[in-house]
Design a protein around this ligand. Structure first.
Ligand code: PMP
Length: 429
């Protein structure tokens, strides 16, 4: 039986860095990635036969836990009918109807295969529908790896950004403004200078790519006002938060806090595919009809609306729509973060925690950070020690301090208690 280290060595010969998505390589925390052989419920099993309580959940999709019987059954039935047709199916309509029934800001939705594709397409649509070139994104938010979105802030206020990846020419990001998250002054300045040229503002309403940082209500309120006044589209990237922080996503939460609030376009992924490659973007009919074939904005996909992925997504949405699902998931998630905080307190360690639905974050800090700079100022070395302390004790947390965590419906009270015991031991050492 090959060890994780042997598999990692072999993987690095044939796959760049040994992984097909960089964070899996454990570069931020050091050590050897675990090669997973199978998963069930709340648990992952690695190549060495060790079991872990899983708080990554495939980076968000596995809200029901691994191998939920209703989902497995739906996928097995779909597989027998065919893998892919490249032609429309009734199941795509059913999934679109199920999504639209839960997300009132959208009248139409287009299915794609990854969050990257959905975010990239939403931006093209925003530009096509408004006839404007510019967009705003926020430092610390990740929207996939489309060229125009791989960008970091330039020096100074409201300047256009620089590419964060080799291979992205500066011209590809010349229309992308990068602002500090939750910074009202920068937002006002950017709209004052570029408002008439702005196609859209894209935001993670609860940012899960800088651990867990909420957009403040005053910030979101003003963002909505400015977009409306200047004719820019507000695009919610709910790839992570969608069907995860609540049944209506983050827009459901902000809708309850800000009267009349809704985004113009929304981007989904992760949970709507239930672990299969499926993502979506949607909005009002008048905007969505700019898309090909009804409109001039081109967008397409060989595997878009794939029959197996849509079966998996539909079965997942059905399960999470059951009465009380999110109340139970929220309570479990809250018990986890409060337990972690209590364990830290016993060891005299400051831990700031937050959660919503089945998504959580924790920071080795006295207060919750409000932006990327504050997240990155938290103690990275201490985080890495804690991560490995937990992994050694059979708890699989995200291997970087800038990633959110996820609890599934399969996590039992015993799993949470075992996790808190592990944390107590890790903090003590
Ligand atoms: N948007 C957000 C908010 C994400 O968290 C991610 C992925 N973590 C993406 C977009 C990109 O999705 P994908 O990895 O499916 O391309």
């Amino acid at each position: 039986m090959a060890t994780n280290a042997q598999l990692f060595e072999r993987a690095q010969q044939v796959i760049p860095g040994g992984v097909n998505s960089p964070v899996r390589a454990f570069r931020a925390v050091g050590g050897t990635p675990r090669f997973i052989t199978r998963a069930e419920g709340a648990y992952l099993h690695d190549a060495e036969g060790r079991r872990y309580i899983d708080y990554i959940g495939s980076w968000g999709p596995m809200i029901l836990g691994h191998g939920h019987p209703a989902v497995v059954d739906a996928v097995q039935r779909a597989v027998r009918e065919g893998f892919s047709f490249g032609a429309p199916t009734e199941r795509e309509i059913e999934l679109a109807e199920a999504i639209l029934a839960l997300v009132p800001s959208m009248e139409q939705v287009r299915l794609v295969s990854s969050g990257t594709e959905a975010a990239m397409s939403a931006i093209r649509l925003a530009r096509g529908a408004t006839g404007r070139p510019k967009l705003i994104k926020f430092e610390g938010c990740y929207h996939g790896h489309a060229d125009a979105l791989l960008v970091k802030a330039g020096s100074g206020l409201a300047t256009f950004g620089h590419p964060t990846s080799a291979g992205v020419p500066p011209e590809a990001v010349q229309h992308t403004l990068v602002l500090e998250y939750n910074n009202l002054d920068q937002l006002e300045a950017a709209f004052a200078e570029h408002g008439a040229q702005l196609a859209c503002v894209m935001i993670e309403p609860i940012a899960g790519n800088m651990n867990f940082v909420r957009a403040s209500v005053p910030f979101m309120t003003r963002l909505r006002e400015l977009c409306t006044r200047h004719g820019a589209l507000l695009v919610f990237d709910e790839v992570m938060t969608g069907f995860r922080v609540g049944l209506q996503g983050a827009q459901g939460l902000y809708g309850r806090l800000i009267p009349g609030f809704r985004p113009d376009l929304s981007v989904f992924g992760k949970v709507i595919g239930g672990g299969m490659p499926l993502a979506a973007f949607g909005g009002p009919r008048a905007i969505m009809e700019h898309l090909s074939p009804t409109g001039p904005v081109y967008q397409a996909g060989t595997l878009s609306g794939n029959p197996v992925a849509t079966a998996c997504g539909l079965a997942t949405l059905r399960e999470i729509s059951r009465p009380g699902f999110f109340d139970a998931l929220s309570a479990r998630t809250r018990s986890l973060v409060e337990g972690l905080q209590g364990a830290a307190r016993e060891a005299g360690i400051a831990l700031a925690v937050d959660c919503e639905g089945g998504m959580f974050g924790f920071f080795l800090a006295h207060e919750l950070p409000q932006n990327y700079g504050q997240v990155m100022a938290t103690d990275k070395e201490a985080f890495n020690r804690f991560f490995h302390g937990m992994l050694d004790r059979g708890v699989y947390l995200a291997p970087a301090l800038y990633e959110a965590g996820f609890v599934s419906a399969a996590h039992t009270a015993e799993d949470i208690a075992a996790t808190i015991d592990a944390a107590r031991a890790a903090f003590a050492s």
